[in-house]
Structures are given as structure tokens and as C-alpha cells.
Design a protein around this ligand. Structure first.
Ligand SMILES: [Zn+2]
Length: 356
């Protein structure tokens, strides 16, 4: 169920006031939106994957939720298109040589493309977080676990573990980055509720609505059911359902091994900040709109050896936006950093969160 936008080039006119003669200088920059898509084929064929069948497959339901929301809300597609256009305009305007171009995607499998972190002038972005714990016994997730989860987010978004990179993966060293996004616990709310599984239809958000989602990241911790670890809402969605839902046992110290080091939250917050899955939720030609992440033919599971070759290049299986074990993912890239931070800049969909 793939639906591509019509190929079209949008000419962005950037008006810059000239200091000397007050004349307006019109700078034309071409923004290529031809590869942007929203609907994805999430029903991946796992038959070709060499996966230990005894292992539970990692399941993030974000794209399924997105597809459903796109059907139910005809205006969402245009909103997400506008957010993507803003992101690409920002990357094009601020991108330096060697950095992002106006075509962040394009299914590039070239891992040698090195993106530079863009100085957007925002400095460290602090995101206050509300945690809603909804369980039959809401005290089953402790304050210590909640704080550990916040610590993992801060560590993952700011301290890539490049020392864990396989010796052959030297071309990924320069890609690993700090995003300069911090998370602070603003409050924890516990609700004893006997609902056995909440599913992915946002029912939990109706029962316990997000608090000031314009300025706060809301995270619901519950039993989702169906073996699903989490789901997030991309920028552009309804504010009443904005935030991230996590399986309670995925928090640090939980029972969802090998997914119990808190990196389900890292992955889902990546979606919340506009990152796609690293394989673009399609085959080699589908992209995640990030230049310095190699194309991949699908999700990777477990703890893959290096190199895992797909689409004629080594997959970045250690990226937080893949499906690998928590212990085996440890980096975002500069391109992902720039893409996330674009939504905090002036006119961006989460600009209010950065005080813009
Ligand atoms: Zn995901």
C-alpha cells in the first residue's frame, strides 16, 4: 500500500533583506520532494530473514499506526508533506559542502557520504518529559526505572558508543553523533488500571490524555499486547495523541530481554522527532530521507555480524532506528541529528518545544 506523491519540484523563494540598499535578494533553491512518501508497506516478509526462530521479533508499530491515521485523517498527508518541505528547506539553506543537499533521500547506498552537523543556533534542546504509568499495579515500574530510562535517553542521544563499532566499520565512525537534545523528567503519573492490553489505537491516550504536548514529550508505559514493544506519533499528528507508548517491560531492568535496556524509548523518540526506520520501510529503493545512512532491504534483528550487506553496501545495523537488540544499537548519525533538529527551528512542527 504505497502511495507516492506526484513527482514535483518545489521552488522555495527565500527572501533576504540586503543591509546596504534594502533591496530584496531572491535566492532560488530547488527542493526535491520526489522521493517523499508517507504510506508504507509495513507487512514485511520475514521468510527470507535468518532469524533465530526462538527469539521474539522486535515489533515497533509506529508505521502501522501512521498508515491508519493517514486513512482516517485526510489532512495529515498534506501536514506531513509541509513538515518534510520545511525540513528540506532548512537542510538546503544550512547545509555546507559535504553536508545535506536538497535531496536528502534518493535511496543512496553510498556510505561514504559524510554529513556535517548543522549549526542551527539552537544550542542544547531540553525536552521535559511526562511519564504516565498505566498498569494493574502502577508501582510495578519503579521511580528508579523511570529515572534510568531518562538517563538512557540522554546517553543515547548524546554519547554514541563508537568504541563498540566493529573494526571494519571505519566509515561509520564519522557518522556517529551527539544530537544535543536532552530529556528531563517533569513528572510521573501512576494509574492503576486492570486493562490487560491497550493495543495500538491510542485508547490509552484517550483514557489518560497528554499534558501540554506542545512543550512536553508524553510517554505512556503500559502493556500494549501482541508482542509490540512500542509506537510513536510522527510530527504533524493530532496533539491529543502526541507522544510515545512503551511496553512496560522494555524499560531498563524490565523483563523484555533482549529489549530491556531502554532503547525501545530511544527508537520511538527518534520517530517522535521525525526519524524513519533506517531501511525506509521498503526495499532498497525506499529511503529514510537521511543521506549518511546506507540503504537497506529491510529490518535487521538480533546482533548482526559486520558487514551485513544489503543493497550493495553494509547496513548500519547499530543504528537506533533499526530493529536490532538493545545491546547492539548505539548510534544516530549527523544526518539524523540534522533531520531531528530541523523540526525545532523557526517554523518547525516542534519549534515551541525549543522556545521558538
Ligand atoms: Zn520504529
Amino acid at each position: 500500500m504505497k502511495k507516492n506523491f506526484l513527482s514535483m519540484a518545489v521552488i522555495a523563494l527565500l527572501f533576504t533583506a540586503c543591509d546596504n540598499d534594502k533591496n530584496e535578494v531572491v535566492q532560488e533553491q530547488q527542493i526535491d520532494m520526489s522521493d517523499f512518501y508517507v504510506f508504507t508497506d509495513v507487512n514485511e516478509d520475514l521468510s527470507s530473514k535468518s532469524v533465530d526462530s526462538k527469539k521474539t521479533l522486535k515489533t515497533c508499530y509506529t508505521m502501522n499506526v501512521l498508515n491508519k491515521q493517514l486513512i482516517e485523517n485526510p489532512g495529515l498527508e498534506k501536514k506531513m508533506y509541509d513538515i518534510e518541505l520545511h525540513t528540506r528547506q532548512f537542510l538546503t539553506a544550512k547545509g555546507k559542502p559535504g553536508g545535506d543537499s536538497g535531496k536528502p533521500g534518493g535511496g543512496s547506498g553510498d556510505t561514504d557520504i559524510d554529513v556535517l552537523p548543522i549549526d542551527d543556533g539552537l544550542g542544547t534542546i531540553n525536552i521535559p518529559v511526562y511519564i504516565h504509568i498505566v498498569l494493574p499495579n502502577a508501582n510495578d515500574v519503579t521511580n528508579s526505572q523511570v529515572q534510568s530510562q531518562i538517563n538512557v535517553l540522554n546517553s543515547d542521544f548524546n554519547s554514541p558508543n563508537t568504541n563498540l563499532l566493529p573494526s571494519g566499520a571505519t566509515n561509520f565512525v564519522n557518522d556517529a553523533t551527539t544530537t544535543d537534545v536532552n530529556f528531563t523528567l517533569a513528572g510521573t503519573f501512576r494509574h492503576n488500571n486492570n486493562t490487560a492490553s491497550w493495543g495500538t489505537n491510542n485508547a490509552i491516550k484517550s483514557a489518560y490524555p497528554p499534558i501540554t504536548p506542545e512543550t512536553h514529550l508524553n510517554i505512556w508505559v503500559c502493556n500494549i499486547g501482541g508482542g509490540i514493544l512500542g509506537y510513536a506519533q510522527f510530527p504533524g499528528g493530532n496533539s491529543n495523541t502526541d507522544g510515545v507508548v512503551l511496553l512496560y517491560s522494555s524499560l531498563p531492568g524490565g523483563s523484555a530481554a533482549p529489549y530491556n535496556l531502554g532503547r525501545t524509548a530511544t527508537h520511538e523518540v527518534g520517530h517522535y522527532l521525525n526519524l524513519r526506520h533506517i531501511w525506509g520501510d521498503g526495499r532498497c529503493r525506499q529511503d529514510d530521507f537521511v543521506t549518511d545512512t546506507p540503504s537497506s532491504d529491510g529490518a535487521n534483528y538480533g546482533c548482526p555480524s559486520y558487514p551485513t550487506i544489503n543493497c550493495s553496501s553494509a547496513d548500519m545495523t547499530m543504528n537506533y532506528m533499526d530493529y536490532t537488540d538493545d545491546a547492539c544499537m548505539y548510534m544516530f548519525t549527523d544526518g539524523q541529528r540534522n533531520r531531528m533538529r530541523a523540526i525545532f527551528t523557526s517554523g518547525g512542527s516542534r519549534a515551541a518545544m525549543a522556545g521558538n
